[in-house]
Design a binder for this molecule. Structure first.
Ligand SMILES: Nc1nc2c(c(=O)[nH]1)N[C@H]1C(S)=C(S)[C@@H](COP(=O)(O)OP(=O)(O)OC[C@H]3O[C@@H](n4cnc5c(=O)[nH]c(N)nc54)[C@H](O)[C@@H]3O)O[C@H]1N2
Ligand SMILES: Nc1nc2c(c(=O)[nH]1)N[C@H]1C(S)=C(S)[C@@H](COP(=O)(O)OP(=O)(O)OC[C@H]3O[C@@H](n4cnc5c(=O)[nH]c(N)nc54)[C@H](O)[C@@H]3O)O[C@H]1N2
Ligand SMILES: [Mo]
Length: 771
């Protein structure tokens, strides 16, 4: 038997696939990865499961139906399998029809989603190139991950939304210089399994351990204890969810009244501290934001807050915020306030101190500041200028023509007639899925490229089967990871599936622009071309080996980038005139004249405490007394490989685990391992209970990513037999500034589920007929 060992790269790490006679047998961790993710080996189980989309399929009602808009059977209908030729005709004709009748902006190609690693087969890159060459499309701006951060930070510290990643202290500097880390949202190692675009080896765990061994003390401010690894010996400060801004204000107030704050840095390197200070002291509204005030909101004792203020100001400290704290109502505030607090604390711009975001949310964040250029599928400028903020998709479908605010602009929501999704799973990632399901009935046509019959495929009109990342040649280069990893095809595509590129090339050919789309290169020529382009840009032979050698050795190191990076806080501290920040004032904007000028009632000129619509002290908590934390899953990447071995093994009776505090369980007669129903006004789902004091009282934790399995797909509010928390979350923008998603601001209750347990049908294909 011939055994082949093939290099594999994924967002959760690099592996070796073992293939025998063309069959994928196993996926093994690479020996030099100190912390391999168990998600990889579980991919084998999903490779040929019954959920694979094997042939192009068209929804029955769409094939027969006129008119197609406002057809209410999306998500409930059967499908008809068609030939590739027929599918390409249907999609290209429909694109042509919609463009000529409704204009190019009626095509929505925002298509948010993580898809798979690989520089060439980048699903969104392929789609955007295809749609831009065909006349353009309405795009989506910002990400579900960090929309609030991406919009607020350029006002506060300036620069590209992601530039903070190279301006904040790296873990090794923290180990060498820092005494105290205060992490709002914790430092969950489960999340550092992931790095967007891939990574050669995981490093966060080792680096955290190094910090601990060097004597750095950790404080984890989070509703969940396990957000900090046990070896950190972190002090756990359970906090009422969504109240981080109030906690930071309480700390800031304490610093101010005790004159522990860094007056020199605030005067020289920041603007607007005085105006913020008069809010802090209560001079403007009669409410001093002191430690006692913060205790009432956050549940963190005033003595703890005062002690934290003293330690932050007297020790070399770094204030860290994760992303979950800003995927919330008024999510801009904790980000802005964390920068202000760091500016007050005295370590900003000093080695290993100051401020940073996203540590341990991705493996390379805080590991390396950046990596050099690596070529990717070339982008084509989009002739359509219109866009929507990424999380406003249901609004756009439900209320075309409505005008919304966004970062000082007024945007008219476009009328979208054709929705094209490639590389994302909106029926996983969007909030309030019942609302999304209603919105999804509005367009004429929904086209989806998917490898599996997940919920987004089932809610589409035309489903085109795609090859997975194991079924094509490519190479990976992850965010900040200074390596390139080869991704040769491990096996042939399942059924009739094709790569996204092949599909778009066939469509472009039918639409008359194949040559422009493919540049007359085959897929393998593209992969080699992108590698050669990278090699030439980085300095040829001196920088990278030949393509053949790279393909043989599977991993090559890129020259590391060490800076100096523009806009760093050390230079600012040294001389703010010579090294201004790229903000309007050249300094850190504690008060932003620009944001103030927008006149928003939900985002003012300086950071402020705004009560969330849903939180534990809201009126609604009488009916729904638990705060839902729908965080990232430890067992997969979002919804990807929910049908993989590792995710399936983590389920309780086929449902996603939901963790609650023993006191909340006892008062409801719930015991460990039971199946429960989690519910609110928006919907309900089942889950398998884990009872643990890892989670503070008043909180229920249910990770995202279980494929939505509505009992009656056409009925709003219908029970989810499986466990998708987005049937419970609210589709409410963070604020008028960012319009970001606020998934982590939702109240629910939970009860025992004593009815007969329905089968989970999430992984079963819909009813499929032949033509
Ligand atoms: N309640 C709640 N909701 C959340 C969050 C939360 O914290 N709470 N987090 C949000 C965040 S941070 C994010 S980033 C989003 C993630 O949302 P998504 O990025 O949409 O989630 P994924 O499951 O990664 O979806 C990727 C899809 O692409 C498909 N795919 C993979 N490779 C390819 C390919 O090569 N081609 C094509 N055509 N398809 C491919 C996969 O099968 C999968 O269906 O979810 C958001 N939603
Ligand atoms: N294994 C795995 N890792 C992932 C992903 C995945 O799907 N799976 N997704 C990746 C992606 S796309 C992203 S954007 C990042 C996201 O990174 P994060 O947003 O940081 O991750 P989450 O797991 O959503 O949240 C981390 C913790 O924040 C805490 N938290 C929630 N709300 C609050 C709050 O109001 N206050 C405080 N103090 N804490 C709160 C919760 O206890 C939660 O466990 O993760 C990445 N890493
Ligand atoms: Mo994300």
């Amino acid at each position: 038997m011939t055994e082949r060992r093939v290099s594999v790269a994924t967002h959760w790490g690099s592996y070796i696939a073992v293939v025998e006679s063309g069959r994928l047998m196993r996926i093994e961790p690479k020996p030099d990865d100190p912390t391999p993710s168990p998600i990889g080996p579980g991919m084998v189980k999903a490779a040929d499961d019954s959920a694979r989309v094997l042939r192009p399929a068209v929804r029955k009602g769409w094939l027969n139906g006129e008119p197609r808009a406002h057809d209410t059977s999306r998500g409930a209908d059967a499908f008809v399998e068609v030939s590739w030729d027929r599918a390409i005709t249907l999609v290209s004709d429909e694109l042509r029809r919609v463009r000529s009748l409704h204009g190019d902006g009626a095509v929505f190609g925002g298509s948010y989603g993580w898809a798979s690693a690989g520089r060439f087969h980048h699903a969104q890159g392929q789609l955007h190139r295809f749609l831009a060459l065909g006349g353009g499309y309405t795009d989506a701006r910002n990400t579900y991950s960090t929309a609030a951060l991406e919009v607020i930070l350029p006002h506060v510290i300036g620069g590209h939304p992601w530039s903070y990643q190279s301006r904040m202290p790296m873990w090794d500097e923290i180990a060498d210089n820092c005494e105290l880390v205060v992490a709002f949202g914790g430092l969950a190692l489960k999340n550092s399994q992931i790095n967007p675009g891939g990574l050669a080896r995981h490093q966060t765990r080792e680096l955290q351990l190094r910090c601990r061994e060097a004597g750095v003390r950790f404080v984890s401010v989070s509703p969940i204890r396990s957000d900090a690894a046990g070896f950190l010996d972190a002090e756990w400060l359970p906090i009422v969810p969504n109240t981080d801004t109030a906690a930071m204000l309480g700390i800031a107030h304490t610093m101010l009244v005790n004159r522990w704050h860094d007056e020199d840095f605030l005067r020289r390197c920041c603007v607007g501290f005085d105006r913020f200070a008069s809010y802090l002291t209560g001079e403007v509204d009669g409410i001093p934001k002191d430690a006692a005030w913060a205790e009432r909101i956050t549940g963190i004792g005033r003595d703890v807050i005062i002690d934290l203020a003293r330690r932050l100001a007297t020790q070399r400290s770094v204030i860290m915020v994760n992303y979950a704290v800003q995927r919330a109502d008024h999510g801009e505030q904790p980000i802005w306030m964390s920068v202000v607090l760091a500016a007050m604390a005295g370590s900003m711009g000093r080695p290993g101190g100051g401020w940073g975001a996203g540590y341990a949310t991705m493996d390379a964040t805080g590991v390396a500041p950046d990596r050099p250029f690596v070529a990717t599928i070339p982008a084509v400028a989009n002739p359509v200028a219109d866009f929507i903020p990424v999380a406003r998709i249901a609004d756009a479908l439900l209320h075309p023509g409505e005008v919304i605010d966004y970062d000082g602009r007024r945007l008219t929501l476009p009328e979208l007639r054709l929705v094209y999704w490639c590389g994302g799973n909106p029926f996983h990632h969007h909030q309030d899925l019942h609302r999304l399901a209603r919105a999804w009935q509005a367009p004429d046509t929904v086209v989806v490229h998917e490898a599996w019959w997940n919920t987004s495929a089932k809610f589409a009109d035309i489903v085109l089967p795609v090859a997975t990342s194991l079924e094509r040649d490519d190479f990976a280069a992850g965010f900040s990871d200074p390596h390139i990893v080869a991704m040769p095809k491990v096996r042939e595509p399942a059924g009739e599936s094709r790569t996204d590129h092949q599909i778009f090339a066939a469509l472009a050919s039918r639409l008359g622009y194949e040559r422009e789309f493919t540049e007359s290169r085959s897929e393998s020529e593209w992969v080699r071309h992108l590698y050669e382009q990278t090699r030439a840009t980085l300095g040829g032979d001196a920088a990278l080996p030949s393509f053949e050698e790279f393909w043989r050795s599977s991993t090559v190191a890129l020259p590391p980038l060490t800076g100096p990076f523009p806009g760093n806080f050390g230079d600012l501290r040294t001389d703010p005139r010579r090294s201004p920040l790229p903000t309007p004032s050249g300094r850190i904007e504690i008060f932003s004249e620009k944001i103030d000028s927008f006149g928003y009632d939900d985002c003012a000129g300086h950071p402020k405490w705004f009560e969330p619509e849903e939180w534990l002290r809201a009126d609604r908590s009488d009916r729904y007394p638990l705060h839902l934390i729908s965080n990232q899953p430890a067992s997969r990447l979002h919804s990807q490989y929910d049908n993989g071995g590792f995710s399936l093994d983590s389920k309780i009776n086929g449902r996603e685990p939901a963790t609650i505090n023993p006191l909340d369980a006892a008062s409801r007669g719930i015991a460990d391992g039971m199946i429960v129903r989690v519910y609110n006004d928006r919907g309900s789902c089942l889950a398998g209970v884990v009872v643990s004091d890892d989670v503070m009282q008043g909180v229920i934790q249910l990770s995202t990513g279980a494929w939505w399995d509505p009992v009656q797909p056409g009925r709003s509010g219908t029970l989810d037999r499986h466990s998708n928390p987005n049937v419970l979350t609210a589709d409410r923008p963070c604020s008028r500034l960012s319009q970001g998603p606020s998934a982590l601001s939702a109240l629910v209750d939970v009860e025992r589920y004593d009815g007969p347990l329905p089968d989970v049908l999430a992984y079963s294909p819909p009813s499929l007929d032949g033509e």
